[in-house]
Design a protein around this ligand. Structure first.
Ligand SMILES: Nc1ncnc2c1ncn2[C@@H]1O[C@H](COP(=O)(O)OP(=O)(O)OP(=O)(O)O)[C@@H](O)[C@H]1O
Ligand SMILES: [Mg+2]
Length: 223
């Protein structure tokens, strides 16, 4: 049987705004196995980013259970969640979130440096990650010397460098023209073929259709 990476059972997320309580996720259950490429597809306001933040341990759930790699992390404390965010999840955002002062190589090395490792010890790993996204020849370019699609590939290399259990991407093509967006999706497909587990969040069916499986979310519920 395939190894479960994400098992979520009946997740509820409630925001309290003064007296009022709003259920944004209303009982969401999902299972994602190692090696899958899954898209979470839904319209604006359906709860995609809320779900991504819970998957990525950026936010906590109100009710339900979350198992990551068969470990129950539902009630983990902040230290544990920080460790999961840093080591087990590779985040990719719509706006790339690269540091403009630094070149591609340093941006990719950063997650390893924040773990307390020294630059000379991590530089080869950072180069390998850039090689994985086809950008080793641009490693000394700063973000403003790269196209949008190249910047997103640097961000993908940065997500890959620590060898996470899952790549978690929220609208990764949202800031790209259609050609660069297609290139980035093609890269995700390649990375998936090489064994990486990918969870990609989008409102765009044309993006979602590239995944091995689509999970549709609407108004806080899986369709
Ligand atoms: N911190 C918060 N407090 C209160 N309500 C929130 C909060 N964050 C999100 N919401 C509400 O939860 C719902 C889902 O928001 P979410 O950001 O998850 O949607 P989304 O599917 O990612 O939308 P988009 O495609 O526009 O990014 C929205 O109605 C939003 O107003
Ligand atoms: Mg969103």
């Amino acid at each position: 049987m395939a190894n479960s990476v994400i098992h979520m059972n009946n997740i509820v997320k409630t925001y309290e705004m003064g007296e009022e309580k709003v259920d944004v996720l209303k009982g969401v259950s999902i299972d994602i196995n190692e090696g899958e490429f899954v898209c979470i597809l839904g319209p604006s306001g359906s709860g995609k980013s809320t779900l991504m933040n819970i998957i990525g341990c950026i936010d906590t759930l109100s009710h339900g259970e979350y198992y990551l790699d068969n470990e129950n992390i539902t009630t983990s404390n902040e230290d544990k969640l920080t460790e999961i965010r840093n080591k087990r999840i590779g985040f990719i955002f719509q706006k790339f979130n690269l540091l403009s002062k630094y070149d591609a190589l340093y941006n990719v090395a950063l997650p390893l440096l924040t773990r307390g490792r020294r630059y000379k010890d991590v530089v080869d790993e950072a180069k390998n990650a850039l090689r994985e996204v086809g950008l080793e020849d641009r490693m000394n370019h700063k973000p403003n010397e790269l196209s949008g699609g190249q910047q997103q590939r640097v961000a993908i290399a940065r997500a890959l460098v620590g060898n996470p259990d899952i790549l978690l991407a929220d609208e990764p093509t949202g800031n790209l023209d259609s050609k660069s967006g297609e290139d980035v999706i093609h890269l995700f497909k390649e990375l998936n073929k090489r064994g990486h587990t990918i969870v990609l969040i989008t409102h765009d069916m044309n993006v979602a259709k590239n995944a091995g499986r689509i999970i549709s979310i609407k108004d806080g519920l899986i369709d």
